[in-house]
Design a protein around this ligand. Structure first.
Ligand code: PRP
Ligand code: MN
Ligand code: MG
Length: 181
């Protein structure tokens, strides 16, 4: 495999910026959930890095669970069809759920997941995303914790993929046009 860095057009967020912001969000989350048990629910596969670093930035022990849904496939555009590929192991009835995501782009994935989880009668459902794109303003979705608002460009790295690649980049960046060719 060729050097991933060579495929980048621009670095939008460095590893240092990402980890610094996750630390701030972790402190806010810890304060907001004081006295409550919170269950972190990650959305596979993009959220793996955010989950790993966010939960380690929390000062106390928290459980996690995972869901896998299909919405994008291998392209760069949302298909609009959401399907559960792997459901939670946990019964979330009466639990405080915090969904952990890497990015909200159209908002389609998360509004569907949130509605799906709400139907299981949890005590609460909130959302934490590292990245949010301007498109999401068109959908009415309440996101409690946002790491960074970014421009409407296709980004990779820190869990985000293009055709399953670049997830292991430590930064978030845009790809050079030649990569898509
Ligand atoms: C990406 C990303 C979010 C979702 C955001 O996941 O990780 O989960 O798309 O898009 P939306 O707001 O327009 O719905 P993807 O479906 O590519 O799966 P992946 O996490 O396995 O890469
Ligand atoms: Mn995803
Ligand atoms: Mg993807």
């Amino acid at each position: 495999a060729a050097d991933m860095g060579a495929d980048l057009k621009e670095v939008l967020l460095t590893e240092e910026q990402i980890l610094g912001r996750l630390q701030e969000l972790a402190e806010q989350i810890w304060a907001d959930y004081a006295g409550k048990d919170v269950l972190l629910v990650g959305v596979l596969k993009g959220a793996v890095m955010v989950m790993a670093d966010l939960m380690r930035a929390l000062p106390g022990s928290v459980p996690m669970d995972w869901m896998a849904v299909s919405s994008y496939g291998s392209g760069t555009k949302s298909s609009g069809v959401v399907r559960i590929l792997k459901d939670l192991d946990t019964d979330i009835g009466g639990r405080h759920v915090l969904i952990v995501e890497d990015i909200i782009d159209s908002g389609l994935t998360l509004s569907w997941i949130r509605a799906n989880l709400e139907s299981r009668h949890p005590a609460s459902v909130e959302i934490c995303t590292l990245l949010r794109k301007p498109e999401v303003a068109k959908v009415d979705i309440d996101v409690r914790y946002v790491g960074f608002d970014i421009p409407n460009e296709f980004v990779v790295g820190y869990g985000l993929d293009y055709d399953e690649r670049y997830r292991n980049l430590r930064c978030v960046g845009t790809l050079a046009p030649a990569v898509y060719a």
